[in-house]
Design a protein around this ligand. Structure first.
Ligand SMILES: Cc1ncc(COP(=O)(O)O)c(C=O)c1O
Length: 293
């Protein structure tokens, strides 16, 4: 696979990041994950805008204009010729003296890499998945802004480990106040009394590109959408739950896994079947991006 590494394309085996790159040392960097469909990146403009805003949030000066990054992304895709893929853009602080002072990190490291789209069997979308409500809480925005898609991912990694232990597809994190925040790599939606609810940005989350598209599509369908603070018990009483991200689009959740008094318990979401709102929005989303499967 060809990688865009700083100034040009190279083989993956030739791309070498310095051991004093602050991305390697401290997870000091930002990234974007885009879906590639028929060889073209989806929502490129939105992802580039978020990359820039993530950089701003961690005070990492991004020296390249969006148009240049877009050209480099396209060159990477052309070099690999994958039809259905994932493109990752990664910007790290770059090499500098060991220590937290970032002032002497003069040149950020840019990497763009592609891999085939993971296999999401159609049965997952038809039957829905299990999501685990994990003990790990989303870090507080005053500690590390969840709005920055940063390469400092330990908060999500710890949550994912819990979800894997519970046999779940995704882990759902609450914030420190006990409100639902988001999944480890996805946003969360719930349906209650015919309304589509999603955690408010103030709950501490990454406002996904897919989340924004789904909110728009739902409103176009006349569905009332509210960004709310949702307690776990309100969330558990939803008639439908689904997750969104750039790779799987809309993923229905039909079961929750939770640990109660040290034991794993499984609970149905609504009637345990994929609900009408998730079905409708999944179909509208696929239509919007031109993917039919
Ligand atoms: C923490 C987190 N929240 C939400 C999302 C969904 O974002 P998007 O729809 O832009 O893929 C992601 C994506 O990876 C994520 O890492």
């Amino acid at each position: 696979m060809k990688i865009w590494f700083n100034g040009g394309l190279c083989e993956e085996s030739q791309a070498r990041v310095s051991v004093i790159d602050h991305g390697f040392l401290y997870g000091d960097g930002v990234y974007e994950t885009l879906r590639v469909h028929r060889g073209r990146p989806l929502f490129l403009r939105e992802h580039l805008a978020r990359l820039r805003s993530s950089c701003r949030l961690i005070r990492l000066p991004l020296p390249w204009p969006g148009s240049l990054l877009a050209r480099r992304a396209r060159k990477t895709l052309l070099a690999n010729r994958l039809e259905e893929a994932v493109l990752r853009m990664n910007v790290s602080r770059g090499p500098g003296p060991v220590g937290f002072d970032t002032r002497d990190c003069k040149t950020p490291t840019l990497v763009m890499m592609e891999r085939p789209l993971p296999d999401y069997p159609p049965a997952l979308f038809k039957q829905g998945v299990t999501a685990a409500v994990v003990k790990t809480r989303r870090n507080h925005p005053l500690c590390l802004p969840p709005e920055a898609k940063s390469t400092n991912c330990l908060n999500g990694i710890l949550a994912k480990q819990e979800a894997v232990r519970l046999g779940a597809f995704e882990g759902i994190l609450l914030n420190l106040s006990g409100f639902v925040a988001e999944g480890t790599v996805s946003n969360v939606f719930a349906v209650r009394a015919g309304r589509l609810l999603t955690p408010h940005r103030s709950c501490g989350l990454l406002a996904g590109v897919t989340r924004n598209v789904i909110i728009r599509l739902a409103r176009k369908e006349g569905i009332v959408v509210r960004e709310v603070e949702m307690t776990l018990s309100e969330f558990a009483r939803s008639s439908e739950v689904f997750l969104t991200n750039s790779l799987f689009g809309v993923m229905p959740v039909t079961k929750f896994a939770v640990i109660v008094s040290g034991a794993k318990q499984s609970r149905r979401v609504g009637d345990g079947k994929v609900g009408p709102v998730a079905k409708l929005l999944a179909e509208r989303y696929r239509r919007a991006i031109g993917v039919f499967f």
